[in-house]
Design a protein around this ligand. Structure first.
Ligand SMILES: [Zn+2]
Length: 287
């Protein structure tokens, strides 16, 4: 499948190494959405591939786009750079592998990037990006006003945090035995919560807050349902924020390789019931 309605020719973006070709690839799951930005960071040099932490330049990556999105790709470059550096700073280490950033020129092209095994033929209007180990797929912000909902392409913080959210998924996938998350089970709340927390979305003020969910009796009774409904980002993001508060950043990073709820809870050192109980008390200011 192709990512366009326009003819294409290779285009190389200087720093994020943009190349032009037909995308496809991807892996599985993890859709995304919401969040904010820091628009223009000064462009820096070509990624060097070195990797101290945090690296001055993010992991070598290349941006793939149609000619119609050339200007969009250039505008996104500093956002990608800034968001990638933020992700590396959060985890304390660079992306171990390169990845692609694919900008889709319209909704149909974005939908076509989803592998059949995901079972999603048509995406919802709020879905504008996905992230797995080897790629970030993005519906071009150029068409968000016409082909998306709940996303303002002119909101710099929103765009930055959204890109950072997906890059957390990319980073996570690069540290997980299942790079596209197709073989993980029972950890949706952690995957999405980590991306929401580490990207800064939780602090953006955009998300329906976990406290409101709990105060109105709509908090999750079990983690299996935490990643659902209006409060899914706020609830899951705050669950991971609570884990970091209790266990520290280092132990949180040590959970990137977990593929099951059992494996995750062994690392957390609490039962699901204890985690939920303590999290509720923290959110409600009782702890
Ligand atoms: Zn996500």
């Amino acid at each position: 499948m192709r990512c366009s309605s326009e003819s294409s020719r290779p285009v190389v973006l200087p720093s994020f190494r943009g190349v032009f070709r037909s995308p496809r690839r991807a892996g599985a799951l993890v859709l995304l959405l919401v969040a904010g930005c820091s628009a223009n960071e000064p462009a820096s040099d070509e990624p060097s591939g070195r990797a101290p932490v945090p690296a001055e330049t993010p992991a070598p990556s290349r941006t793939i786009h149609e000619p119609i999105d050339a200007a969009t790709a250039r505008a996104l470059e500093p956002v990608l750079r800034s968001a990638a550096l933020d992700v590396e700073r959060f985890f304390g280490a660079p992306f171990p592998e390169p990845f692609e950033v694919v900008i889709h020129s319209d909704r149909a092209a974005f939908d076509a990037s989803f592998p059949p095994e995901w079972g999603i033929e048509k995406t919802e209007c709020w879905m504008v990006a996905t992230g797995v180990a080897d790629a970030l797929q993005l519906l071009s912000p150029r068409v968000w006003k016409d082909e998306a909902c709940e996303h303002d392409p002119d909101d710099a913080r929103h765009l930055h945090d959204l890109v950072a959210h997906e890059l957390v998924h990319v980073y996570h996938g690069q540290h997980n035995p299942s790079p596209d998350f197709s073989a993980v089970s029972g950890i949706d709340w952690f995957v999405e919560g980590l991306a929401t927390h580490a990207s800064g979305q939780l602090d953006s003020g955009e998300l329906a807050p976990a406290r409101e969910a709990l105060e109105t009796g709509r908090g999750p009774l079990e983690l299996a349902t935490a990643w659902s409904g209006k409060y899914r980002y706020g609830v899951c993001g705050s669950l991971v924020a609570f884990l970091e508060r209790e266990l520290g950043r280092e132990r949180l990073v040590g959970m990137l390789g977990a593929t099951s709820a059992a494996e995750l809870f062994a690392l957390i050192g609490m039962s699901e019931e204890e985690l939920l109980e303590r999290w509720r008390a923290w959110v409600l200011g009782e702890a």
